[in-house]
Design a protein around this ligand. Structure first.
Ligand code: UD1
Ligand code: UDP
Length: 365
């Protein structure tokens, strides 16, 4: 069996790591395509090195741009590669423009498509990820759901065939790399941090970065608290803070420690030892849960409703006063239940890939 995987953005490298490893163990030939959606070393290369992911067979070098242009460039290139490689399966992750481009290329060539992290919904069509995931799910033959909520979401849209509840590959990744992070990460020493005496923050959703009112409201919280806040800054956010003219203001505040995006091992160490995480990231909401670190989500809705229902995540949006109040008081008790699988999700995905009949005719030679 020949499988062609498409990745392109930071969280996809992390999701692909355990699956790629399981594919190698099963002796399956994986052709890895990197679209180049993320390209700075600390948004891309560092993950391949740290997570033992084989170097991509091809990097399309598509880079940044408006959604239509970026997706179209990927689609053109991916179609040519899929026609040349003729894989038995195309494998995609999550909900980025790279995911959608690969899904469209595969479905139009009648190549069976498998989607990891299928069925997630925010029910907010203004999020680019929402169109990407809805369209990808409707093109997919195998849909690997991380949660029962995701399975139910698909059923409501009439998708029942090929749906498998397998757990979350990001949980596999944390299990596989948390010890390595403990051994190798020096970030706490480097930043002179004491465990449980700092906050960790990330912001990158357009709903926050591209809306000056929301961005200022969130940054205001950082300026009003005295506890150290580690803020590994996404390049999109850095540009938007500069455009607001708030760079100087935020950088000057002694407790706000703005750093370049960090590698996965440093990120795991920061997440595990933070007192609290403030984020609009999907992956980080889950990792906070895995480490039992309380999470304040800077959004009005989430795809990871289980973390909220369990009491370890709270949706606070971007209201300064409300945020400040939660930063001071949010302290969930007990231990989060294991609801994201057993850490063997990647093996289950490989099992279904190797044991499913291809539903569509292959490309004619
Ligand atoms: C993308 C995904 C989002 C995912 C996020 C993970 C889409 C529509 N969005 O958002 O779902 O949560 O990745 O981080 O696919 N940039 C750099 N260097 C890089 C990459 C990006 O400078 O290596 C800058 C560019 O100015 C670019 C901006 O960041 O325009 C946004 O990058 P883009 O990949 O378009 O979207 P993300 O916000 O990263
Ligand atoms: N991450 C990282 N370094 C950072 C920020 C995030 O390694 O500086 C990791 C994080 O641990 C998680 C993933 O990237 O595994 C989440 O990616 P991101 O927040 O960019 O995207 P999302 O999950 O929201 O799609």
């Amino acid at each position: 069996m020949k499988l062609l995987t498409v990745v392109g953005a930071r969280p996809q490298f992390i999701k692909a790591a355990p699956v790629s490893k399981a594919l190698r163990h099963a002796g399956i030939d994986e052709f890895l395509v990197h679209t180049g959606q993320h390209y700075h070393a600390n948004m891309s290369d560092i993950f391949f090195t740290e997570l033992d992911i084989p170097q991509p067979d091809v990097n399309l070098g598509v880079g940044s741009g408006p959604h239509g242009r970026q997706t179209a460039k990927m689609l053109m290139e991916l179609e040519a590669i899929m026609m040349a490689e003729r894989p038995d399966w195309v494998l995609v992750y999550g909900d980025t423009n790279s995911t959608l481009a690969a899904a469209l290329a595969a479905v139009k060539l009648h190549i069976p498509l498998a989607h990891v992290e299928a069925g997630l919904r925010s029910y907010n069509r203004r999020m680019p990820e929402e169109h990407n995931r809805v369209l990808t799910d409707h093109c997919s033959d195998l849909l690997f759901c991380p949660t029962q909520t995701a399975v139910d979401n698909l059923a409501r849209e009439g998708i029942k065939q090929g749906v498998h509840l397998v757990g979350d590959v990001m949980y596999d990744a944390v299990i596989q790399f948390a010890q390595r992070a403990q051994r190798h990460s020096r970030i706490l020493e480097r930043l002179a941090l004491t465990p449980k005496q700092f906050l960790l923050a990330t912001i990158h959703r357009p709903a926050n970065t591209d809306n000056p009112v929301r961005l200022k409201a969130i940054l205001d919280v950082f300026l009003q608290i005295e506890e150290p806040i580690i803020f590994p800054i996404h390049p999109r956010t850095q540009k938007k803070i500069a455009a607001l003219g708030w760079e100087e203001k935020v950088f000057r505040k002694h407790n706000v420690i703005i750093i370049e995006p960090v590698g996965y091992l440093d990120m795991l160490a920061l997440e595990q030892h933070a007192r609290l995480i403030l984020t609009d990231s999907g992956g980080i909401q889950k990792e906070a849960y895995f480490f039992a670190t309380p999470c304040i989500t800077l959004r009005d809705e989430t795809e990871w409703v289980e973390t909220v229902e369990a009491g370890w995540n709270v949706l606070v949006g971007a209201d300064t006063d409300k945020l400040l109040s939660y930063v001071r008081t949010f302290a969930p008790q007990g231990a989060p239940a294991p609801i994201f699988g057993d850490g063997k999700t990647a093996e289950k995905i490989v099992f279904f890939l190797t044991n499913s009949t291809n539903f569509r005719p292959k490309i004619k030679t």
